[in-house]
Design a protein around this ligand. Structure first.
Ligand code: CA
Ligand code: CA
Length: 134
């Protein structure tokens, strides 16, 4: 965990770089898919939802975390075709939508966030600072 300053441009640049975004999301997917069946079950996705919750709490929106509520979030957000699992395409498109929504919510002011190592936002921030250094 580390505290980073994130602004909406960092997130938007990251999401809009199709190739980099795809590779990063795919790596994240593979990392979450602990039984390697190419799909994310609710239990596997829980880790990602919990890391997102860190952010939501940071925005002052405390989200109920009982497993039923999380299962509902999982189903309604990620599982677009309602077949009970999340594939890479579903994961990627929903991750993109959530990150853009987050960027939207920030407006123009940078926000301090607690980011987990390996989380998508952390990678976005690292990428942006590498670009600035170059
Ligand atoms: Ca799996
Ligand atoms: Ca599905």
């Amino acid at each position: 965990m580390s505290v980073e300053v994130v602004d909406s441009a960092t997130i938007v640049n990251f999401v809009e770089d199709e190739e980099a975004f795809h590779v990063t999301v795919r790596d994240r997917f593979i990392c979450l898919d602990t039984d390697h069946d190419g799909l994310l079950s609710f239990v596997e996705l829980l880790k990602e939802l919990q890391s997102l919750r860190v952010l939501e709490t940071h925005f002052g929106v405390d989200v109920e975390t009982d497993p039923k509520e999380q299962a509902r979030v999982y189903e309604s957000l990620f599982d677009h075709d309602s077949n009970g699992t999340v594939d890479l395409e579903e994961f990627k498109s929903e991750t993109k939508r959530m990150m853009l929504a987050m960027a939207n919510g920030m407006g123009f002011l940078p926000v301090q966030m607690v980011l987990e190592e390996g989380s998508l936002l952390k990678i976005a921030v690292e990428r942006e600072s590498t670009k600035l250094a170059a």
